[in-house]
Design a protein around this ligand. Structure first.
Ligand code: DQA
Length: 147
């Protein structure tokens, strides 16, 4: 069985570290993923990370993970709130899906309160900053143990 976990980062997350550090923290995306990858390695999992500012590229990456990756961890950025093609693509993925956010969208502007990804995710981790990615890896490990 595959032990590869696809980690997807949506629009603007490439700017982590520079973009609104009070909201998203000062770590770069590379640092966030490296910390999660260290946790994953301890659990015998390998992270494969991609970031894109383009919805269709993220859809293609989800399709490519089908029958290849054990699980998906996704922070869709603003696409969380309206990216229905991500919802539909994730619905075709057979393994666990964990949605993660650095900030807590539910405590922010009303347009961030809806996630179109949440209905096709096993669960969502939000509001814990960089640590949320490590928690997402822990969640995936538990979900895979139970499967
Ligand atoms: C985010 C929350 C989204 O509302 C926002 O558009 C982002 C980042 C987060 O990680 O907190 O780009 O997904």
């Amino acid at each position: 069985m595959s032990r590869t976990v696809l980690v997807l980062s949506g629009p603007n997350l490439n700017l982590l570290g520079e973009r609104d550090p009070a909201m998203y923290g000062s770590a770069t995306l590379g640092e966030v993923i490296a910390a999660a990858a260290t946790r994953a390695a301890a659990a015998g999992l390998t992270l494969e990370h991609h970031q894109s500012n383009h919805e269709g590229v993220l859809v293609d990456l989800i399709h490519d993970a089908r029958q290849r990756c054990a699980a998906i961890i996704i922070n869709p950025g603003a696409l969380t709130h309206y990216g229905w093609s991500l919802h539909d693509a994730l619905a075709t993925f057979e393994g666990p899906v964990v949605e993660v956010h650095l900030s807590n969208p539910a405590a922010r502007e009303p347009w961030r309160h809806t996630s179109v990804v949440a209905p096709v995710a096993d669960g969502t981790i939000a509001g814990f900053g960089q640590a949320g990615y490590v928690l997402a890896v822990d969640a995936v490990e538990r979900l895979l143990e139970g499967s």
